[in-house]
Design a protein around this ligand. Structure first.
Ligand code: B12
Ligand code: SF4
Length: 552
């Protein structure tokens, strides 16, 4: 028996299921501090989650309930599906079943945490890594201390007022105590009741996951991650990371996707992780790491030959590379380091793809179309030049979700200045022009964040940006819910049908059967049913044969 019981709930109802890694991390820290922890996972019971909650809370009275909110919505311009209403329904049900206070966190949650504490009407929240803070809160509640003594905690004062308990800051404005457990291995389990079941997720989703470092110090205009995860890199201890990989592969979870924002930034650390995997494989013929298949997210630089060689030897199975575009005029001021400098050119991308192809590692390149300055000409150039790359799959998306603290979102709010909408701001569910206010014009942080997900009447209205310089009718651009249909069609026209097999394109209802959205994607669900594992994109070129049953 531990000090007291903390219950962690996973409300993610999207399939294929993704292991709620965060809950293993929180469990590790809470257990290390002497708490009992139950994980109530609703993902595999998405059709009867109410029953699960009623049965669980009928028998258990935790002192604190934690809810993880991984995604706010699909962030996919052509299928703008929201998850917040489902999450709120689950949280409301927990409130009727348990008197325990509720705390929420998660990467999606952290993209608008003040607004979501208010929206879910819960007493507490956390932005960014939450293991230190949830342990602090559980101890404060247990000992009768005020939650206001927990640095970094978001506290709901009611009436739309949410405050952050200011942490003590040290060098370069970083908190004195790291909110992240960067030293120990996180406990990963399979088949243990009331814990995250890593093997079940692997069988049901084809991937496990592993974190080697947290945060991102870069400042790409479209990106929510530096703000939501942390604006600096916190490296995890190399031994602990590889111990964890060994534990997962021993449980039969062979395909591990990195959950770093980008695996190759802080390249010395990435190499050390890979060297440690190789060292164990070379010295121990029985280590389950021989079964490891590692899938990584990477930027085009830094990426030298040594990194490539180490990746191959460590068991890398595929690289998801994000050059995002090919043209300097579009990338300038967009893909930049924390200091505002561009960190790669398209020549770097071309050379890197050639080197990786030589090493026979599959690559998917991601291209993000529709950012400011995009025209039919720049889009044409981007498609042509990326199709020339020697890669297994090229994925194109059109339009970007604007978030309260992504550089693009901040800029859009400043340019609207609470007075006018901007050409390019769009939401499928908007019923009036989208007029954003900068933070300084809002009465509270809650008001500032909320406008990126809800309209004035409280309806879900996620804000997207699509370049108004693309070949759309003026009426489409003027309408708050206009669809960039011409641009989607243009994209399809730019790709010769001989290339369709290896290309992921945005779709519109009725335009095509192919869909590159991960959430409840029919092809993906079929892959899982047939027992495929590994990154979704690696099977994409064979999708027609797989769907028609020609390959199993
Ligand atoms: C890897 C990844 C993927 C992989 C996952 C592979 C795998 N098996 O894990 C794939 C490609 C499959 C994927 C899919 C999707 N993804 Co994704 N993904 C990521 C990525 C890079 C890592 C997520 C992760 O596991 N992080 C590591 C964990 C440990 O960190 P964490 O969850 O933040 O947890 C910490 C804190 O948040 C906090 N915390 C978390 N929960 C809680 C709870 C409490 C109570 C407390 C106190 C604290 C707390 O403490 C934790 C430990 O420090 C993130 C971006 C990022 N850098 O995190 C995007 C990201 C989470 N994905 C995103 C999205 C949108 C999706 C999709 C919906 C895309 C789509 N339309 O199909 C799908 C989701 C489908 C689903 N079933 O949920 C968005 C979410 C944005 C948002 N606002 O909602 C992100 C942020 C990417 C982005 N830049 O926008 N994804
Ligand atoms: S490198 Fe850029 S795109 Fe990648 S996580 Fe960092 S800020 Fe986001």
């Amino acid at each position: 028996m531990g000090k007291s019981l903390v219950t962690l709930v996973n409300p993610n109802l999207v399939h294929p299921p993704i292991t709620p890694y965060a809950l293993d991390i929180l469990t590790t820290s809470l257990e290390a501090d002497g708490f009992d922890v139950d994980v109530v996972d609703l993902t595999f019971r998405r059709d009867d989650w109410g029953t699960v909650l009623r049965e669980y809370f009928g028998r258990h009275q935790p002192m604190l309930v934690g809810v993880t909110v991984r995604n706010t919505d699909t962030i996919y311009a052509q299928q703008q599906r929201g998850f917040l209403a489902d999450h709120r329904a689950i949280i409301d049900e927990i409130k009727t079943l348990s008197a325990a206070p509720i705390i929420a966190g998660g990467v999606g949650f952290s993209s608008m945490p003040f607004a979501l504490v208010d929206y879910f009407d819960i007493p507490f929240g956390v932005k960014g890594p939450g293991e230190g803070i949830i342990v602090g809160l559980a101890n404060a509640l247990l000992s009768g201390n005020s939650p206001d003594t927990v640095p970094g905690l978001l506290v709901n004062r009611g009436g739309g007022r949410v405050e952050k308990i200011v942490p003590k800051l040290g060098r370069r404005g970083r908190p004195l105590a790291s909110p992240l457990n960067a030293t120990t291995s996180y406990t990963r389990r399979s088949g243990v009741p009331w814990k995250v079941d890593n093997l079940r997720y692997y069988r049901g989703g084809g991937l496990g996951n592993i974190l080697t470092k947290n945060g991102c110090a870069y400042s790409c205009a479209h990106c929510v991650e530096p703000d939501a995860k942390g604006t600096y890199f916190t490296r995890r201890a190399v031994e602990s990371v590889v111990d964890e990989m060994e534990a997962l592969t021993a449980q039969g979870v062979y395909d591990l996707h990195t959950t770093d924002s980008e695996f190759n930034l802080v390249i010395a650390h990435s190499k050390n992780v890979l060297r440690e995997i190789i060292r164990r494989k070379d010295t121990d013929h029985s280590t389950p790491l021989h079964n490891l298949k590692l899938w990584i997210y990477a930027q085009p630089t830094p990426f030298d030959d040594e990194l490539l060689d180490l990746l191959v030897r460590a068991g890398c199975a595929g690289i998801n590379l994000a050059p995002d575009h090919v043209r300097d005029d579009v990338l300038d001021g967009w893909k930049v380091s924390g200091g505002g400098r561009r960190f790669y050119t398209f020549d770097d991308v071309r050379a890197l793809c050639a080197r990786i192809a030589k090493a026979e590692l599959p690559v998917m390149v991601e291209v993000l179309l529709g950012m400011p300055g995009e025209t039919a000409a720049t889009m044409t150039d981007a498609v042509r030049r990326t199709l020339d790359l020697d890669v297994a799959v090229a994925g194109y998306s059109l339009g970007i979700r604007a978030f309260p603290y992504s550089p693009l979102g901040i800029r859009m709010a400043e340019r609207c200045a609470g007075r006018r909408t901007l050409p390019g701001l769009q939401s499928d569910s908007a019923v009036e022009p989208i007029v954003l206010k900068p933070r300084a014009m809002c009465a509270s942080i809650v008001e500032y964040e909320r406008q990126f997900a809800f309209d004035d009447a409280g309806r879900f209205r996620p804000v997207y940006f699509l370049s108004p310089d693309l070949p759309e009718d003026p009426a489409t651009i003027a309408a708050p819910n206009g669809r960039w249909v011409n641009s989607v069609r243009l994209l399809w026209d730019l790709v010769p049908s001989s290339e369709y097999h290896r290309v992921m394109l945005p779709t519109l209802p009725g335009l095509t059967e192919d869909d590159n959205n991960y959430a409840d994607n029919p092809f993906l669900l079929k892959l899982i049913e047939l027992g495929y594992t590994g990154a979704f994109w690696s099977h994409w070129p064979h999708r027609h044969a797989i769907m028609s049953g020609a390959v199993a």
